[in-house]
Design a binder for this molecule. Structure first.
Ligand SMILES: C[S@@+](CC[C@H](N)C(=O)[O-])C[C@H]1O[C@@H](n2cnc3c(N)ncnc32)[C@H](O)[C@@H]1O
Length: 376
């Protein structure tokens, strides 16, 4: 079509048309991104509405003790998601990460596992009805895990300990966050990249970044796109989630991130090893004392001059208008440590461990702590 316009147009019209085509290319990906995100958001909303209506029909006694969100609050939530997406788009245009990362959805997983999410709903409802929040399939060995970990977080079947759970997790979180999970994870990339410039004198291949509690590897994949040459590491307690992460990460070019099964309370790395340490969506699932231990471990393994970035849920008092959303969350999902988490002062905890110059940011329903290890 482009060629046809060139043949038939005069020089001036050709020039104008070329500009038009160029600016259409400029506009089109943005519109495509917005359309994709709206589609995911509507889909998630429809799934949540229909599934909760079916649940209310079958289990009328299971209605959670939550206050409904007012239309004003829903609009505020939508606005704040749109702001997140706008920042996401801007960072991709500024070259913090490639634009194609915004379209990196696993449609194969969606078509394979969405039906399983629906089929699993009755199991979840039974679990809620019978208040069985530490329920695992018989074949799953539950010894050797800390007791706080042996939970059906979000009522998930098998907690974090089965292949089924690993296959459904990303989609479940996408539904929860209306398709904006990766956009929230990507908010760590700009501070991570800019803080790593402190090590500009070192070749990129010699920089080491670890994502602790890496889960299914989504954050590592995003970091790989923004920092193609750095050496990446991931650690998680769940071997099923690590297998899923390996499946995802071995498809992308570049050195394969080194994945280790282990407890982030005792990181199996030497002191001062990593130039950057990240942790996404872990802290709200930890008891208070463990949060401190994990922060201290992350301090130990981060190099002097390095950066530690946490991304997790917003907390009480971050955004007064979101108070109800925060209050409803642990009523709707099994999140035993969330109520304490939302009041926990992580800045104090980070300072206690030795971090300094701690910056916090809030985007949509996530909060970020960007902490520096002093360079002595
Ligand atoms: C909510 S998921 C977040 C996963 C991933 N970071 C993400 O962005 O989706 C929490 C993850 O933390 C892991 N986890 C929880 N406690 C842990 C611990 N003490 N040591 C290692 N991993 C842990 C779980 O296995 C799970 O993969």
């Amino acid at each position: 079509m482009c060629l046809a316009i060139k043949i038939w147009a005069s020089d001036e019209t050709q020039h104008n048309q070329q500009n038009l085509i160029l600016s259409m290319f400029d506009i089109f990906p943005k519109l495509s991104y917005q359309a994709l995100q709206s589609g995911k958001n509507y889909f998630a909303f429809t799934h949540k509405t229909v599934s909760s209506q079916i649940k209310n029909l079958i289990y009328p006694s299971l209605q959670p003790n939550i206050s409904p969100l007012s239309p004003k609050l829903l609009t505020q939530l939508q606005d704040s998601m749109n702001q997140l997406l706008a920042r996401d788009w801007e960072d991709s245009q500024a070259g913090v990460y490639p634009q194609n990362l915004l379209f990196d959805d696993s449609w194969e997983d969606f078509f394979r596992y969405y039906p399983l999410i629906c089929l699993d709903l009755p199991n979840i409802w039974e679990r809620i009805k019978n208040r069985r929040y530490q329920e695992f399939s018989q074949e799953i060995a539950t010894d050797n895990y800390p007791s706080y970990y042996l939970q059906n977080f979000h009522y998930q079947t098998d907690g974090y300990l089965s292949e089924l759970s690993a296959n459904l997790y990303d989609l479940q979180v996408e539904i929860l966050f209306g398709g904006s999970t990766d956009a929230m994870r990507r908010r760590i990339l700009c501070p991570l990249k800019s803080q790593l410039t402190a090590f500009d004198h070192i070749p990129q291949e010699q920089l080491r970044v670890i994502d602790v509690a890496c889960g299914t590897g989504r954050t590592l994949k995003l970091i790989r796109s923004a920092l193609p040459d750095v050496s990446l590491f991931g650690i998680d307690l769940s071997s099923a989630y690590l297998r899923k992460a390996n499946e995802l990460l071995c498809q992308i070019p570049g050195e394969l991130p080194q994945l280790v099964q282990g407890n982030v309370e005792e990181l199996p790395y030497r002191d001062n090893y990593f130039h950057g340490t990240t942790c996404v969506f872990l802290f709200h699932e930890l008891p208070a004392a463990v949060r401190q231990t994990v922060i201290e471990e992350c301090f130990r393994v981060t190099k002097p001059g390095g950066v530690f970035i946490i991304c997790d849920s917003i907390q009480e008092n971050d955004l007064p208008e979101m108070e109800l959303v925060i209050k409803n969350f642990p009523e709707t999902f099994h999140e035993p440590y969330y109520k304490h988490y939302i009041t926990d002062n992580l800045v104090e905890r980070l300072e206690k461990a030795g971090f300094e110059q701690i910056e916090t940011q809030v985007h949509f329903v996530s909060k970020y702590w960007i902490a520096h290890k002093p360079s002595y």
